[in-house]
Design a protein. Sequence first.
Lengths: 336, 337, 351
Amino acid sequence: MRTHARPWWQRVLLTREMLTVLILVVAWIVASAVVRGFDGPLTITYLVLDVAPVLLIALPMTLIIATGEIDLSVASVVGLSSVTFGLLYQAGLGLGVALLVSVLLGAVCGAVNGALVAYGGLPSLAVTIGSLALYRGLAVGLLGTTAVTGFPDSWTDGATDNLGESPYPAITLGLLGMIAVFAVLLHATPFGRNVLDIGRSSEAARFSGVDVKRTLLILFVLSGAVSALAGVYYTLRYGSARGDNATGMELQVVAAVLLGGVSIFGGRGAVHGVVAGVLLIGVLGSALRLEGVTVNVINIVIGTALVVSVVAPRIAGGMRVRRRRAAGRRTQGDGR
Amino acid sequence: MKFTTVLAAGTAAVLALGLTACGSGEEGGGGGTDDVSITMLPKNLGNPYFEASTTGAEEAADELGVAVDEVGPDAASPDAQVPFINTAAQQGVGALVVSANDPTAIGDALEEARSAGIKVVTFDSDTEPQFRDLFVNQASPEGIADKQLELVADQIGGKGEIAILSASANATNQNAWIALMEEKLASDYPDIELVETVYGDDDDQTSFDKTAALLQSHPDLKGIVSPTTVGIAAAARYVSTSDAKGKVAVTGLGTPNQMREYVEDGTVESFALWNPNDLGYLATHAAAAFAAGDITGEEGETFEAGRLGEFTVGADGEVLLGEPYVFDKTNIADFDF
Amino acid sequence: MTNVLRRREAGIALALLIVIGVTTAVQPGFLLSTGGWRDLLLTPAILVVLAVGQAVVVITRNVDLSVGSVLGLTAYLTGRLFLEAPDLPIVVVTLAAVVTGTLLGLVNGAIVAFARVPALVITLGTLYVYRGVTLTWAGSDRIDAGDMPRTFLGLGTRQVLGIPVLTIVAAVVLAAVGYYMYTSRGGRQLYAIGSDPDAAALQGLPVRRRLLGAFALGGALAGLAGVMFAARYGTVSSGAGTGMELQVVGAVVVGGVAIFGGSGTVAGAALGAMLLLTINRALPVVGIPDFWQRAVVGALIIGAIALDRVLANRRARRLAAERDTGPTDGADGRPGDGADGRPGDSEDVTA
């Protein structure tokens, strides 16, 4: 009897994550060949600048979805942190302090979510829909009609300038760092294993000694803090702190994570898939925009891709089960 | 007729020559034999006011022999405009003509575009001057603010409570007008009180609901001023089917086609606007002139704008179309935009 | 158990009355003028219809995030039909919209029922797809009020005996669906499926058929809401209904329909919708600026969920005590186990 049903190269390459990576590569090649204006340095620059907030938030979101929960309040935290960042700046605080306070506030928002979900036992979908409204409401309420602008050039340039002559923005380094941190966290630490265990069965995880509640709390705090960081970046990139910044971004993040092969049921997921998912949506959007295709078609594409990416594995799984069952029946005879 | 045609053709030829020369010198973008193209980026799509301005732009583009393309977001928010600015920069268009949702938020993106060689012309709603090359303004802000106050004061008999239903909270143009209106109210109209300013976000349903809320929360309201065509149309529609019809004046800036029904049924007595067609037309000519190097945005320079004649660049790179025009029952049938 | 539920819906009704009362005290025109009375009844009508449909879906332990896009699509469809064929009777157009909504809902239902994928993800995807279809179809065109027949628009504002027509429609929908959920076997089965889908399947309930039905109903009502939207607002742009899905889910949750399925009533959802929108209208009157409304709604939603939780825990503990066989695992926190609080509850669902 074989020890594995499939050879190693199949196990590594025929994963959903690699499928997304493959589609990303194909999309990039096709776009470079076909879409006018795509194979220029500006494309990479804009791509990175555009997907940066989504990528950042998708990282902790991956872990949260891997535990079987969800956090829909992330975009509202982006808005709220943008507002606090702007208001603190307006009040005369240095931007470094403003950044720290905003990220801390984001962590608090995440902690509230986490407390309600982990310790209150409330369903994360409903709680984060409520906090989505609450945090966005606070953001819009605090700033009202105006936007805070006039951030110093040194900071806004830091957010948008490129690395020397290369087409890569300076923030690419920060993004790579974050990706590395979360990849290690999920794939190479006990914490990451706990996350996946909770996703497969929170009961079993609890019985095997995992502090489920604390893990969830930490994840939500991470999500809030990272969303706040993304909010500060967003503010600096656009040079304007507004209460309704990033409205609707939560759906983009979830779509990217799911496209990246993370299972909505929890228990499986990989960071490289998510990065590929974020980039894929970014590339598709960029290419379609250059072709003059309107946003709506991009929406249809994302929506369909989302549905397919979740349904296909189920169907494939179903077919595999049926095939195995049929094979089993053939080899076992019909004694059962 | 013939002379202007020749003039237009000549201008077009010169411009086309100039623009292709400019175009081949640009870096970035797909590189290639792009025809000169102009990208119109209004505050949002699906807005009849901007549809009219794009029609004017297309007319001008035809005359000049350039291509014009309209892009824009669904919702009138500034961060939604940035991707389109980026795309225009990537495509290496000749000029970008934009109505800004915010005075500074799109500044960085515009600067990036300009460093890629794109000429940036704002129209209708400006950004701060350092981010753009030219601003084509429909009328002086003072003129617009004064005219609306005149109309509403006239319609409510000089005293009472009024409210403003604006577009989006950060829109440069509406905010400039509102600020001027508040000043003028304080100095010239002591008997009129502005009780509230609400924002309809240039979204029809939101404006409709906000009008309802205004009437509910301020039962003594005498007039609603809406300095945005989407807002005034929604407000008029609400008022015309409510008890407030005839008791609450509705005025502001509106397009004749949208407002005709309400003027005819008595909901709205009069309102003002300019011709957005002409605005788009002028903006395109200005952008083309700038891109060709005919003007550089200095005060005092002049350029030709086809059928509208000659225009002079004012302070801060601003070009004025004209003065607001009042529409009412007597003349509303004469227009189609 | 019925007492618990009755308490919840009554609580919301009470909250609604308090809000109206306080606001009217500040500003009598809010309720006591003809315009105020009409608006109070008319504004929530569309959301009520949506909330009733969503409640049915949520009761089965699913959610339908695509309702806003369905509304947008059917509202635009209504406008286009009238534009192209102005002589079509209103009934035919309404039917077309409802059928379209039903089909769109069935797509969701089929994928959820057959592929057994979480409704959250599927309806997230269809939210994008349906909205994209609407945008592509409509482009940047809008349907203007002038494009639709007067009689149709009149429905948006006409009143019968002082009650707006659209409100009557909402009330009829509420009554019909509520009756079905409360008295029919199908309704009870929906509750059972939401309480414990695996048990329901094992007991031989037609789970797939019920799920398809629930989503179809949700879609049909969203289609109806689209027609009402077109009648009320007169202008339909391609963005109509954007963002409404969260309002609807909020209304349903506030109304006592637990997000984990198996409990709550459509009446509660309707009351939740009315409460949310009335608060929206009341805040500016009481002097709280516009901008804080969303925060209030968010706090309410969280409060409602927490309240649900507390009530469910109390219920589970009471059940455990009543059974008197020591603490059961009712304390794993799923209030769905036999606690839907209705006469003839899930214990005898095989009936």
